[in-house]
Design a protein around this ligand. Structure first.
Ligand code: FAD
Ligand code: DHB
Length: 414
């Protein structure tokens, strides 16, 4: 439960012998300028609530990091409503289906028909972050990059604090609330006292090797391929840039994969009996991503609220990580709005409970897609046959296809 008031006067820092931090004040202190932190900060601004975002990386690094690319309808609608959807509307690629490919044959899952007209938008996470940063800065708001030694304190009291350093100076940011939007490796989750959180974790015995290639996408929609040699995915960023992935070992050394080896593996796994050809081109970027399912419960402690990857990780097969981060902060922003406009904290108290119900459903979907589409090192011939039967079922049963489609385009926000 919450206690305390907004706008508490700050006593001047006593002069000791050491240099004292400069004291600042805001309503919501946000750690991390990823999708969760920036969407939250902009939503709060639109509700007239002040925030400061602290990010330890450089702006350019954050805006160039190659990550997710699939936006659910809810994410698109929210970004549009927030006034940051103009470029996404212009440059984003709207898709109304995906292909599941196995035994060399493609099967389309028609989202439009199965979900009553819903679709997804292909628009890179990096582009979303550029649009959000531009909007935050145009609004004169504070997003501080390259801050150091961020730590959070007094989380269970009425006025939590964030300590950090910037350009050699030390700062103390006094807040009403702190939002931990600092990703899986951030400092907020580990700052919660031992014994408060329960962790649910599953590591997968494989990873994804992803490339960005200067090659027009070889298909209009995404292709998820199940092959004897492992999973492969054809995705895209623009009409000129393809994004492709192959299942690999979790500890794969990227240097062991030259471009020809990657293209060979992609050609083999995505091969189709109908003469379809993979378009190839120069590889612009490549990297390996581990696969894990992870959730902490609860997602809040005192006045600290965890959102996005700091609270949960999904394996990427369902393209849910970014979208889940956005729905968390959508709920959190409503909670803060209710608190500041009506003085009530019912929603904030129930933040974790509301988020986790949806988080677990998305975890289930991401785990299911991952289990259906990857080869497992310890599997036996029975498992292989079962996976093929599952793919056959999903692509031949209207009910099963609809289940996939409604989860892929995004479950409704309650
Ligand atoms: P993040 O995007 O991780 O943002 C957290 C921010 O906090 C970062 O900018 C970080 O620099 C900052 N930070 C961390 N520690 C501190 C600190 N101590 N002080 C200040 N700032 C700090 N999802 C998909 O759906 N599809 C994909 O293809 C896909 N690919 C991915 C590839 C990689 C390599 C990774 C890591 C993730 C990928 N994801 C993908 C997941 C998706 O990108 C994340 O779910 C999404 O970024 C979550 O957003 P977030 O804001 O919660 O966390
Ligand atoms: C992309 C990533 C995913 O995890 C996915 O399921 C589909 C597409 C992408 O990066 O484009």
């Amino acid at each position: 439960m919450l206690s305390g008031v907004i706008g508490t006067e700050i006593a001047p820092a006593p002069q000791l012998f050491c240099r004292m931090p400069k004291v600042q004040r805001t309503q919501v202190g946000i750690v991390g300028a990823g999708p969760a932190g920036l969407v939250l900060s902009h939503l709060l601004y639109l509700h007239g609530i002040e925030s400061v975002v602290l990010e330890n990386r450089a702006r350019q690094y954050v805006e160039e990091r190659v990550r997710a690319g699939v936006l659910e309808q809810n994410t698109v609608d929210l970004l549009t409503a927030m006034g940051v959807g103009e470029r996404m509307k212009r440059e984003g690629l709207v898709h109304y289906g995906i292909e599941l490919r196995f035994n060399g044959q493609g099967h389309r899952i028609d989202f439009h028909e199965l979900t009553g007209g819903k679709g997804i938008t292909i628009y890179a996470q990096a582009e979303v972050l550029k649009d959000l940063n531009n909007a935050r800065i145009a609004a004169g708001c504070q997003v501080l990059f390259e801050v150091e030694d961020v730590s959070v304190h007094k989380l269970d009291g009425p006025q939590p604090k964030i300590l950090y350093r910037k350009d050699g100076d030390e700062y103390e940011l006094c807040c009403d609330f702190i939002a931990g939007c600092d990703g899986f490796h951030g400092i907020c989750r580990p700052s919660i006292p031992a014994g408060v959180l329960t962790e649910y974790d599953r590591l997968y015995p494989f990873g994804w090797l992803g490339i960005l290639a200067e090659a027009p996408p070889s298909a209009e929609e995404l292709i998820y391929a199940y092959h004897e040699r492992g999973f492969a995915l054809l995705s895209m960023r623009t009409p000129h840039i393809s994004r492709l992935y192959v299942q690999c070992r979790p500890d794969e050394e990227i240097d062991h994969w030259n471009d020809e080896k990657i293209w060979h593996e992609l050609r083999t796994r995505l091969a189709s009996t109908n003469g379809w050809k993979l378009t190839e081109g120069p590889v612009l970027q490549k990297g390996v991503t581990g696969m894990r399912s992870f959730v902490v419960e609860p997602m809040q402690y005192g006045r600290l609220y965890l959102a996005g990857d700091s609270a949960h990780i999904v394996p990427p097969t369902g393209a849910k990580g970014l979208n889940l981060a956005v729905t968390d902060v959508q709920i959190l922003a409503r909670g803060f709005d209710e608190y500041y406009s009506e003085g009530r904290h019912d929603l904030l108290d129930r933040y974790s409970e509301i988020c986790l119900r949806r988080v677990w459903k998305v975890q289930r979907f991401s785990w299911w897609m991952t289990s259906m589409l990857h080869r497992f090192p310890d599997e036996n011939p029975f498992d292989h046959r079962r996976q093929l039967a599952e793919l056959d079922y999903v692509t031949s049963s209207h009910a099963a296809a609809r289940t996939l489609a409604e989860n892929y385009v995004g479950l409704p926000l309650e």
